[in-house]
Design a protein around this ligand. Sequence first.
Ligand code: CMX
Length: 140
Amino acid sequence: MGVKMFTGLSHVSIVVPDLDAAARALESKYGLKIGKIEVNAEQGVRMAYVEFPNAKIELMEPSSADSPVMKFLEKNPHGGIHHFCLGVDSVDATSAALSKQGVRVLGGDKQQLNVHGERIAFVHPKDFLGALVELEESKH
Ligand code: CMX
């Protein structure tokens, strides 16, 4: 494939049952501090980041009972890695290129936005070695 699809690793995302408890544990055991806690109501998550120079750790807990990450917590009650996120220049262009390869892009047509208002979409885990991959059209 001639086109450079991905611009880099944006973050690894961990779903936790209790965001505040997770933040306390990361800080007391590892000295890792989270930034501002925010809610992305459309995605059904309350979330925060630990920032590194080259990537982030994202922590998410469900913000409502019908959150898609609630399903994940039912299967993994103590939490766990939920997805990793790769930067793209254009969600539309990358989704179109991936679809041509037979890759299922979930929600690429629904204008999903992350908490920063950037376009996102998800690659079906069965089409990426069993891992859920977020595509993020970074503004910076
Ligand atoms: N890891 C591996 N497999 C997963 C998975 C995960 N984290 N989440 C879902 N799957 C699997 C499902 O088991 C299902 O498999 P089958 O096809 O065998 O049944 C398949 O992927 C599709 O999952 P689904 O829930 O049935 O599909 P939906 O289209 O309803 O939703 C998804 C897909 C992954 C986008 C949604 O479940 C989800 O997790 N949404 C949360 C998105 C998110 O993390 N948003 C954060 C935004 C953060 C921000 O604001 O910055």
